[in-house]
Design a protein around this ligand. Structure first.
Ligand code: APR
Length: 263
């Protein structure tokens, strides 16, 4: 076995030990966790934005100025999906998502903060999830904050209105420049204030406020474990670094915890 492989085995062993000993382990996940589900990442060596540059991001301004026009363009976009939205449509949870749901089932993972909008954590069975950038399958009322399945929204009249309060509905996905919904932000600060172990999985950790939570936890004395094939902005803060794809490393960690639970 190569030295790298040994080092990785040791990191996985150490990570499993830390998770077993933790009182309140939580995780922050990013696009890298869904890469093995066929959804391209934004940054990193294979990222869409790395390869093709960042798109112009003015959705939030347009929505604020003219929500009906925004919904009209969004509906047209559904008819002409990009490669990215097609990948989102057909994506299934991968071994990494299922491993995280298993960690929750083993009571070894208290909460997941995800930056992903793909709904794959919930489809894999995770329940304690905060989708800080929203969920592509939901709409959110801009007045009362109520969320509903997008599939149930009637689009004969634009913009669609909230059945509870009459407020304007928007896709739940948080657009650049849009404030993070208060309920999601509160949930992230709450679980971050309680954690003693923060798993940072598949994220370049460059977008705030999501990337700030592991740093806040570290400052309070929590340990950090990074699972990422590449270095990130948080690598130097990490107590354990697993340089591997999440779909490979997380099931190996779960296997060790399941063996410990049987022992
Ligand atoms: N397993 C784990 N990590 C992986 C894998 C994998 N199989 N493949 C790639 N990665 C890592 C990359 O090395 C990179 O560090 O996933 C990370 C993806 O980083 P980004 O593309 O920047 O995605 P993310 O961190 O989620 O971006 C945060 O930025 O574009 C906005 O709102 C968008 O939620 C997104 C936010």
């Amino acid at each position: 076995m190569t030295r790298t492989h040994n080092r990785q085995e040791q990191a996985i062993e150490d990570a499993a030990g830390r998770i077993l000993a933790a009182q309140h382990a939580i995780a922050l996940t990013g696009a890298g966790l869904s890469a093995e589900s066929g959804i391209p990442t934004y940054r990193g060596p294979d990222g869409e934005w790395t390869k093709f540059g960042e798109p112009t991001i003015d959705g939030w301004e347009l929505f604020c100025e003219n929500p009906a026009e925004w919904w009209k363009l969004a509906s047209e976009g559904v008819e002409n999906p990009t490669a990215f939205t097609r990948a989102l449509e057909v994506a299934e949870p991968n071994a990494g998502h299922y491993a995280m749901a298993e960690l929750e089932g083993l009571h070894q993972l208290a909460h997941v903060i995800t930056q992903n909008i793909d709904d794959l954590h919930r489809r894999a069975g995770s329940a304690a999830v905060t989708e800080i950038h929203g969920n592509r399958n939901l709409v959110r009322c801009m007045n009362c904050g109520q969320r509903e399945p997008l599939a149930q929204v009637r689009l004969e009249r634009l913009p669609p209105l909230c059945l509870d309060c009459g407020g304007t509905l928007k896709i739940d996905v948080v657009m650049f420049g849009e404030p993070i919904p208060q309920d999601a932000l509160y949930s992230c600060y709450r679980v971050t204030s309680q954690t003693d172990l923060f798993l940072v999985i598949g994220t370049s950790a460059v977008v705030s406020p999501a990337a700030d939570f592991p740093v806040l936890a570290k400052q309070r004395g929590a340990a950090l474990i990074e699972v990422n094939p590449h270095e990130t902005a948080l690598t130097e803060l990490a107590d354990i670094v697993i340089r591997a794809p999440a779909g490979e490393a997380l099931p190996e960690i779960v296997a060790r915890l399941q063996a410990a639970a049987r022992a």
